[in-house]
Design a binder for this molecule. Structure first.
Ligand code: SF4
Length: 516
């Protein structure tokens, strides 16, 4: 076996946190080969410390740690074809009790998997070019992108080739498999910030600049965003990047994070803490020692924020073609629905499907004359392009049903809440509701109009599930995280309390004033 590269932080090994020491002992990616052995020897044979490393294979232990696993599958920029959709459906049906969750980073998630099934799942995903590797762990996660890339009337360029190149560069690359913490990249040329740039460790957004007497189309670069319990907005660097330079810059930023990121305290290890301490200027200075000098910022082309909502029927940039955005309530769908989706896409579309960071789906490339027939199909009665306002703008993390970190149940509560609000409250402008089952932020509650964060509350009858309610988050002009209101709301009071809150807003708002 070739000798492993020595990292500069190994010199101060005594100062490293426990996970860092574990990663030095054995790289997270090494666990992928071990899985084939454990698939034969069984769950009980997995060493305790390797449960942490399993994340590099895209696998987490499922609550209550009884031998079942959750697996996340990367879908760069949310671009799938129907062959891949069918394989995802087959695997869910055979191994995942038919369940498929679409996540807030355009991936899909399985539950109920057993270790002996994993090698077959790896093989069948790889056969269609899909990977669970590094969908979790301290490494570059799935690359979020514009779900409309290539068909978007509001993009400057098609970003699919850039995302593919980034995926080839980072996936399973041992130069980047031991970062201080998880690392999230987004690339979008959509002028409405479809990929939520400000909440990523590294983001590329549309920009133009006069170069050699011509207007060049490219990107601005943001670093140091992230949610979790201490959210930070990314900062923009004074840098303009051409499409062909994105990979070089992304590699440079990742090397800076790898070499300078904090490895002492796990809760201060995300890139956002380094960027907050250094500031954008110093970060750029250090970055330039890796990538050399780059032109300064050009003109920003972001003009607003669409919050990642594409439900309904909309024209594409290709004349005569439309995309149909489907609502997947709380991101939960099934093998059966994925099979039906693949059939519909083959019949009405071009074989392409997109996943969206609001946990929804898109069918692209539908000719105008086929729209009515597609809209009449039974799948579109459940995953409707025309959902009621609250169910159509609800996002939910996994919660206590499967997640070991959860303090509360989420998807079921959110379903009850939005069904109640859709019955009780009339809205002319949608209000986005997000829910997390703990202070981590897989449900991205801080950017919601109304965010719910799960916790426990002491009552005379004992501990109960309760929620902190926060209001006013958004990534539009003057982007800001939402503000927590005082106190916590018991789970069974969330629906009526939100109704009162929304009625108060309706009564007191200025005409056209958004919730944020
Ligand atoms: Fe689990 Fe918390 Fe993430 Fe929800 S936000 S999936 S409860 S870690």
């Amino acid at each position: 076996m070739a000798e492993r590269r020595k990292w500069k932080w190994e010199e101060n090994a005594a100062e490293l946190n426990e996970v860092e020491r574990l990663k030095l002992k054995k790289d997270g990616l090494d666990v992928i080969q071990d899985i084939y052995r454990w698939a034969k020897s069984g769950y009980e044979s997995i060493p305790e410390e390797d449960f942490t490393r399993l994340k590099w294979a895209g696998i987490y232990q499922q609550r209550p740690k009884d031998g079942h696993f959750m697996m996340r599958v990367r879908i760069p920029s949310g671009v799938l074809d129907t062959r891949q959709v069918r394989v995802l459906a087959e695997l869910a049906r055979e191994y995942g009790r038919g369940l498929i969750d679409v996540t807030t980073r355009q991936s899909v998630q399985y539950h109920w998997l057993r270790i002996e099934q994993i090698p077959d799942i790896f093989r069948r995903l790889e056969e269609v070019g899909l990977h669970p590797y590094e969908a979790c762990g301290d490494c570059p996660r799935n690359i979020v992108g514009n779900p409309l890339a290539g068909i978007d009337p509001h993009e400057l360029i098609d970003t699919r080739p850039i995302v593919e190149e980034l995926e080839r560069t980072f996936l399973l690359n041992r130069e980047f498999s031991n970062l201080p913490r998880k690392y999230k990249i987004s690339v979008s040329s959509n002028v409405y910030n479809a990929a939520n740039a400000q909440i990523h460790d590294l983001a590329f957004t549309p920009a133009v600049k006069e170069i050699g007497g011509k207007e060049a189309v490219g990107f601005h670069v943001w670093v140091g965003g992230g949610l979790s319990s201490r959210p930070h907005m990314a900062k923009q660097l004074d840098l303009f990047v051409l499409p062909e330079q994105v990979v070089e810059v992304a590699v440079g930023v990742t090397r800076v994070f790898r070499d300078y990121g904090y490895r002492k305290k796990r809760h201060r290890a995300r890139l956002k803490f380094l960027v907050a301490d250094w500031g954008a200027e110093k970060f750029l200075e250090v970055l330039e020692t890796y990538i050399g000098p780059y032109p300064s910022r050009g003109k920003d082309r972001l003009v607003g924020w669409n919050a990642g909502y594409f439900t309904g029927v909309h024209p594409q940039k290709q004349k005569g073609y439309f995309y149909v955005g489907l609502n997947v309530p709380m991101g939960r769908t099934s093998a059966e629905e994925f099979f039906q989706l693949a059939d519909l896409v083959d019949e009405y579309g071009s074989g392409s499907v997109r996943t969206v960071n609001t946990q929804n789906l898109i069918i692209p490339d539908v000719p105008e004359e086929r729209l009515d027939d597609l809209l009449a199909e039974s799948l579109l009665q459940r995953l409707t392009p025309y959902p009621k306002p609250f169910v159509g703008h609800a996002v939910s993390c996994t919660g206590i049903q499967f997640c070991n970190l959860a303090l509360t149940e989420t998807k079921g509560l959110m379903r009850r809440v939005v069904e109640y609000l859709d019955e009780q409250v009339e809205l002319d402008t949608p209000i986005r509701l997000h829910i997390n089952g703990c202070p981590n932020s897989c449900g991205q509650q801080q950017i919601a109009d109304i965010g719910l964060m799960g916790g426990k509350m002491k009552t005379v009858d004992g501990m109960i599930e309760a929620y902190t309610v926060s209001v006013g988050g958004h990534l539009g002009e003057g982007a800001t995280f939402n503000t927590p209101l005082k106190g916590r709301v018991p789970a069974d009071r969330v629906a009526p309390v939100l109704k009162e809150l929304i009625l108060f807003y309706k009564e007191h708002r200025e005409p056209e004033e958004p919730f944020w």
